[in-house]
Write a protein that binds this ligand. Structure first.
Ligand SMILES: NC(=O)c1ccc[n+]([C@@H]2O[C@H](COP(=O)([O-])OP(=O)(O)OC[C@H]3O[C@@H](n4cnc5c(N)ncnc54)[C@H](OP(=O)(O)O)[C@@H]3O)[C@@H](O)[C@H]2O)c1
Length: 256
């Protein structure tokens, strides 16, 4: 079976850049219409939406800060009123900043947990009425990282938020699985994007990557992560539920 998302509507949060953008484009290449969410990068969101339209699909651009309940509710008001259905939700947007836990503030903690964890709760709560009324299973996918289970330098707040995110997904499964919706996590290895370029020693981490992966010289690209998300958004994954799937070229088996 090929992956064909014709007649499906997908919302991708943080689709203006990085992995979210690659996912939005991959969905459009597979036939889906895509809602491009962003918070600051209007031009980048427009460029992504234009690319989707050039692929022959419909695209909508919605500015919404996913860490704010009111913004998420406004976004869904638009989706309900103007589009009327939603089959796939990708909760991709994240933030956090890379800093030591010893100097992190409550504000830093709240920023990481509101955008990286609470947003999923707001999004699923708002999306459920649409996701569960589709003729095929609704799909929710969110993105985690190795920091959920490993200790990485300067990554404490983001890592802890990703651990909470993975747990939230398992618990959501109990509530939405029998209502026609699958929810899963993609745990991605290091991908060169605007946010990962701000990691301390980013260049060294990117250069060292091939020493940890088991796929020759190939490095992990946003499109590789998008392909895993695409699989979880498709009917091929209907029996995968509450899971975390790793895509990292095999780096995790060496503890990276
Ligand atoms: N890159 C990696 O190595 C890596 C590895 C594992 C997991 N991940 C995860 O993959 C996901 C995407 O990361 P990335 O590296 O692709 O990020 P990125 O290139 O820095 O892009 C972040 C995206 O999120 C949006 N965003 C940030 N805060 C938002 C908010 N409050 N509301 C709505 N949108 C918001 C940004 O929108 P604007 O453009 O409008 O600011 C942008 O589109 C994240 O969940 C990240 O934790 C990344």
């Amino acid at each position: 079976m090929n992956i064909d998302l014709t007649n499906k509507v997908a919302l991708v949060t943080g689709a203006s850049r990085g992995i979210g953008r690659a996912t939005a484009i991959r969905f459009a290449q597979s036939g889906a219409d895509v809602i491009v969410n962003y918070v600051t990068s209007r031009d980048a969101a427009e460029t992504a939406a234009n690319e989707i339209i050039q692929l022959g699909r419909r695209a909508w651009i919605i500015k919404a800060d996913v860490s704010e309940k009111e913004d998420v509710e406004m976004m869904f008001e638009f989706i309900c009123n103007e589009i009327g259905h939603l089959n796939i939700l990708v909760s991709n947007a994240a933030t956090g900043g890379f800093r030591p836990l010893l100097t992190a503030s409550n504000k830093n903690f709240d920023a990481a947990f509101h955008t990286n964890v609470l947003a999923l709760m707001y999004l699923v709560q708002s999306a459920m009425p649409l996701l569960e009324k589709g003729t095929t299973r609704g799909k929710v996918i969110t993105i985690s990282s190795h920091g959920a289970i490993a200790g990485l330098p300067m990554y404490g707040l983001v890592g802890a938020s990703k651990a909470a995110l993975e747990s939230l997904v398992r618990h959501f499964t109990l509530e939405i699985g029998d209502r026609g919706v699958n929810i899963n996590v993609v745990r991605a290895g290091l991908v060169a994007t605007d946010s990962s370029r701000r990691l301390p020693n980013a260049d060294k981490l990117f250069n060292d990557q091939i020493n940890f992966t088991q796929v020759g010289e190939r490095i992990l690209l946003p499109e590789d992560v998008a392909n895993t998300i695409l699989f979880l958004a498709s009917p091929l994954s209907d029996m995968i539920q509450g899971e975390t799937i790793t895509i990292d070229g095999g780096a995790a088996i060496r503890g990276a």
